[in-house]
Design a protein around this ligand. Structure first.
Ligand SMILES: [Zn+2]
Length: 336
């Protein structure tokens, strides 16, 4: 069974009150940054609504008991009243056939006489036809059905889909709560700089946890940027090295570094820098670029990031090469 995450407590209590008053909406749009645990919240809510004897007290009041028959089916991922819709593969779209299957699922009545629950994640992966098909269902929802759309890019959804769902916003987690949770997840190891991990991940705890395992790759990136700035390495060769790593985090770290360089270039202050472990390196980089080149670099990186996160099958190599070449040329120009 999933456990309510500590930074979800307030939202959880609110949704539980609505359930007790019998006024849960038929469709919820769970939105917020990646790594906030929106999917875990959706699972917890599905489990709570399907459980026969939800917990009565405590912070987790309303959540599933973990012992009844529906709970056992949920644990085995075989509960017939819960349907999860997601792309067949990472980066793929959710097809109209998947939504047709969902509509057929809704025609049936709930096997256990409680709710029928659908989780669509990530909702922005639905293509146009799939969205239009879902729209009809959202307009005439069957009773005792809850459709949860999980999205970190709600603006990528059709406006008509957004307007037919009630929105649950997962905003930045409270710092102390997230720090304690992350510290526990990392077995209280002193190796990790918890505040740095959260700052680099926009205070999204799951993103910070993933980053903890990726700090070596981040170091490789910063080393390669230093090599690029020194003018001694071929930018195409460096871009090839980047493309061997996971492109999305590489671009996120680059963007974060470039923003820090702009902050420093504009204020000459270091206490605004997010990547404080690379403070000296970023200060040095910032002095190598003029502000105009830094903003151009930021534009290139932002564009590349939007492309690789919004479209499947984007050829990242070319995007990374143009970033590496722009970096190399700007740093060289300033050094002369
Ligand atoms: Zn139960």
């Amino acid at each position: 069974m999933n456990t309510i995450l500590p930074w979800h407590n307030v939202l959880w209590q609110k949704i539980m009150q609505r359930w007790q008053k019998n006024c849960l909406p038929h469709a919820l749009l769970l939105c917020g940054p990646t790594g906030m645990g929106k999917g875990v919240f959706a699972q917890c809510l599905a489990e709570a609504l399907l459980c026969e004897t939800p917990l009565k007290t405590g912070e987790e009041s309303g959540s599933a008991c973990g012992h009844c028959k529906p709970c056992h089916l949920l644990q085995a991922k075989t509960h017939p009243d819960l349907l999860q819709i997601q792309p067949a593969d990472v980066g793929k779209q959710i097809s109209i056939d998947q939504i047709r299957h969902l509509i057929q699922f809704c025609v049936l009545t709930a096997h256990y006489g409680r709710y029928q629950i659908i989780i669509i994640k990530p909702a922005e992966a639905m293509n146009r036809n799939a969205s239009n098909s879902l729209l009809k269902l959202l307009e005439e929802p069957p009773p005792k059905t809850l459709i949860m759309l999980v999205s970190h890019q709600p603006m990528a959804l059709m406006a008509t889909i957004r307007s037919r769902c009630q929105r649950l916003d997962f905003t930045r987690s409270e710092s102390a709560v997230a720090q304690t949770w992350l510290h526990n997840q990392l077995n209280n190891s002193p190796t990790y700089d918890i505040r740095l991990l959260l700052n680099l991940s926009s205070q999204a705890p799951f993103a910070a946890l993933a980053l903890a395992n990726d700090m070596t790759k981040r170091r490789e990136l910063f080393d390669s940027l230093a090599a690029l700035s020194s003018g001694k390495n071929d930018p195409v060769h460096i871009a090839e090295g980047w493309s061997q790593l996971e492109v999305v985090p590489i671009l996120q770290w680059m963007l974060s570094g470039t923003r820090d360089m702009i902050r420093y270039a504009m204020t000459a202050q270091t206490h605004y820098l997010v990547n404080h472990d690379y403070q000296e390196m970023l200060q040095r980089f910032a002095r190598q670029f003029d502000l105009h080149s830094l903003f151009k670099l930021l534009d290139l990186q932002t564009e590349a990031y939007q492309l690789v996160t919004s479209k499947a099958n984007v050829k990242a190599q070319g995007l990374l090469e143009s970033i590496a070449i722009a970096w190399f040329k700007s740093a060289i120009r300033r050094r002369k």
